[in-house]
Design a protein around this ligand. Structure first.
Ligand code: SAH
Length: 248
């Protein structure tokens, strides 16, 4: 850990996809050294073997601003605080919101620590789908207007990028994946190699490689990351692979 003694310190850490073995050493050490851990209840449970005797502060989903303010307030009391996000804390995580609130809490210093994001932990399970350029797109329209998501999907598919979809389903909306497929079905052929991985690094991990035509009619849950291949992608032995072009 690093830091300045005169300042309150908050560590914003990505805990990886789930299993402790997939967290970086830096994040494990930091969590062990902190007094208070702030995060969504599911993530706090995933790391409970590291947090014995620590103050655990959880707020329900969708109370992100509140959760960040609690972290600042606890740090203000002189505690060493870690804010945990799944995967990487800077990728659809809490890091940017913490920075947005920082001007309101002078005297606090933030440290962001990288974690393995779902895109690359899932890719490793699926085979090697991300060997060239790829785009990560979240289907959640809570913070991004759906028209913009639609435009990004079209542009990425049109540029022959592999597309990684986060939030392909939510409590309220089970059809985000179907919608995404519908938007790009005039660009992506039905026999295009695709895949998805559910519960990466957690109990119930499941990887499926399938065609775009099959993906279009598949329903996945919110703990799933989806991969839509590009023209270099193929499936062999149940794995999804994207050629880089070494072998012609
Ligand atoms: N900060 C996280 C992403 C949060 S957005 C990260 O860097 O991984 C939430 C979405 O991430 C989920 O809807 C899902 O698409 C994906 N995701 C996160 N963890 C996952 C896991 N363990 N298995 C499968 N998908 C996961």
């Amino acid at each position: 850990m690093s830091g300045n003694d005169d300042k309150n310190i908050i560590y914003i850490v990505g805990i990886g996809p789930g299993d402790i073995s997939m967290m970086t050493g830096e994040v494990v050490d930091t969590i062990k050294e902190c007094d208070a851990i702030v995060g969504y209840p599911v993530y706090l449970r995933l790391i409970e073997s590291l947090t014995e005797g620590k103050e655990l502060i959880s707020t329900p989903m969708k109370q992100e601003i509140e959760r960040c303010r609690i972290a600042y307030e606890e740090a203000g009391k002189g505690k060493k605080v870690a804010v945990v996000s799944s995967g990487d804390a800077g990728i659809y995580g809490m890091a940017s919101l913490m920075y947005e609130l920082l001007p309101e809490y002078p005297g606090t210093e933030l440290y962001v620590m990288a974690g393995i994001t779902a895109a690359n932990s899932g890719a490793a399970v699926l085979g090697a789908p991300l060997s060239g350029d790829f785009a990560v797109i979240s289907m959640s329209d809570l913070l991004t207007p759906f028209e913009l998501i639609e435009r990004r999907l079209r542009v990425a598919a049109g540029a022959d990028m592999v597309i990684v979809l986060y939030n392909p389903s939510s409590h309220k909306r089970k059809d985000y994946l179907a919608k995404a497929c519908e938007i790009i079905q005039d660009i992506v052929p039905a026999d295009r190699a695709c895949g998805y991985v559910k519960n990466i690094g957690r109990e119930g991990q499941e990887a499926v490689a399938l065609s775009f035509g099959e993906l279009r009619v598949t329903e996945v849950d919110m703990f799933t990351t989806v991969y839509i291949g590009n023209s270099m992608s193929y499936i062999e032995g149940g794995k999804m692979i994207t050629r880089r072009g070494y072998r012609k």
